[in-house]
Write a protein that binds this ligand. Structure first.
Ligand code: ZN
Length: 412
């Protein structure tokens, strides 16, 4: 699948330090330690609706990871998927009387446009579930052969993963069984499906149904893949056995990332699947989580149509820390637009305080678990000083603009 268009990322003098990141599995901050190339897999959209601000906040988070890694001198191999076949997509298409393929293509195209507008560095591989089906089927068959998966004996032939085959199940989310049982059905799980060995066993392969699309599955028979195995296989096939960061919104901690890790670890015999499991907070509106079921989504494309500067949207989302669940409101956007204007004026000033000092502190903030609020405050201080004529570094305004562009993805 085609990714979106990239843009030039300015190079900065010197080099940033190693990125410290919070890991959900270890429940603490630890240095990310890629050697030469940082590898990152981020769970992408299921394209049945437009990109909302929650998606944007997640994509910006991992864009910052990529920017800080690059600034530290690493190459980055970034993979993102598109779940272009799954129940929500089929349900929405049926509701609207639309072909699911047309819906998926249209929303994926819109997502790409939003990513370009927000200046998200594109992944090296942007991969659809549909195009990965032969690889996924092969891996599911391997899990069946290794007795880590089984068929439901009710005539459907659906294949489930046996979580008892994964001794570390639960290490990624740190959830107890009771909590897992509570969350599982809220996030696509089917604990009550008859014939499962454990209510928490996730679907690997849904055998063909008369009214649903299906694909050849080799020894599995025709059908379509489950969501967790989709991500595990795409990540393993493109990034190999070392994945530095597995990312997504914090609603993916369980069951999605727990199950993907369990699948991948059985397939490779190596644990952990990812060195860091990194999760972005949810964006709420008026105190509620932004979600399709609540109908309170703010779409990036809507803001763009209203002539809102995407750089202000980006700044508004980065004004809170990536890990915190936070609320969106119009004031946030007004503040971000004012900040953007101030920074733009400062970048056009004849001189300012030492940009090298600013750059060192700025890098330090972002390398500290992507402290974007801290970085924004530093940039504010520099801009305010430059605007009142403090400092005589004539190269500083240009370097300020380059640093903000390279590290925050904000073009002034
Ligand atoms: Zn995923």
């Amino acid at each position: 699948m085609d990714s979106w268009a990239g843009h030039e990322v300015p190079r900065l003098p010197g080099r940033g330090g190693p990125l410290m990141l919070f890991d959900s599995a270890r429940q603490g901050v630890a240095a990310s330690t890629p050697t030469g190339t940082g590898t990152m897999y981020v769970c992408g959209i299921t394209p049945y609706d437009a990109t909302h601000l929650g998606h944007a906040a997640t994509m910006i988070t991992f864009d910052l990871v990529q920017r800080v890694w690059r600034d530290a001198g690493l190459d980055v191999t970034y993979v993102q998927n598109v779940t272009d076949i799954d129940d929500p997509l089929l349900e929405r298409a049926a509701r609207d009387g639309e072909d699911w393929k047309v819906l998926a293509m249209r929303e994926t195209a819109l997502f790409r446009e939003d990513m370009v507008a927000l200046r998200i560095i594109p992944p090296a591989h942007y991969v659809g579930a549909v195009e990965s089906i032969p690889d996924i089927a092969e891996r599911v068959l391997t899990l069946v052969k290794e007795e880590a998966a089984y068929r439901i004996d009710d005539g459907t032939g659906d294949v489930y993963f046996d979580i008892s085959a994964a001794p570390r199940f639960g290490y990624e989310s740190n959830l107890g069984r009771e909590q897992m049982l509570e969350i599982f059905p809220e996030r696509g799980g089917d604990p009550d499906r008859a014939g499962k060995r454990d209510p928490l066993d996730p679907l690997l392969w849904r055998s063909a149904r008369a009214d649903e699309p299906s694909w050849p599955g080799g020894g599995l028979g025709p059908g379509r893949p489950g969501w967790h195995i989709e991500c595990a296989v795409i990540a393993l096939n493109l990034l190999g056995h070392r994945i530095d960061v597995q990312g997504g919104g914090n609603d993916l901690i369980f069951p999605h990332h727990e199950c993907s890790a369990a699948h991948a670890e059985l397939l490779t015999g190596q644990s952990p699947f990812a060195q860091h499991y990194v999760h972005a907070g949810m964006i709420g509106l008026a105190g509620e989580k932004m979600s399709k079921s609540r109908g309170n989504l703010v779409f990036v494309s809507r803001l763009r149509a209203d002539r809102v500067d995407p750089m202000a949207v980006r700044l508004a989302l980065m004004s809170g820390h990536y890990r915190s669940d936070r609320s969106w409101n119009d004031d946030l956007l007004v503040t971000a637009q004012k900040r953007l204007d101030r920074w733009r004026r400062a970048a056009a000033a004849p001189s300012g305080p030492s940009a090298r000092t600013f750059l060192a502190a700025f890098r330090e903030r972002l390398a500290d678990d992507l402290d974007s609020p801290g970085a924004l405050t530093l940039a504010d201080s520099w801009a305010d000083a430059a605007l009142v004529g403090t400092g005589d570094d004539q190269a500083a305004p240009a370097l300020f603009a380059r640093a903000v562009d390279a590290l925050l993805g904000v073009r002034l």
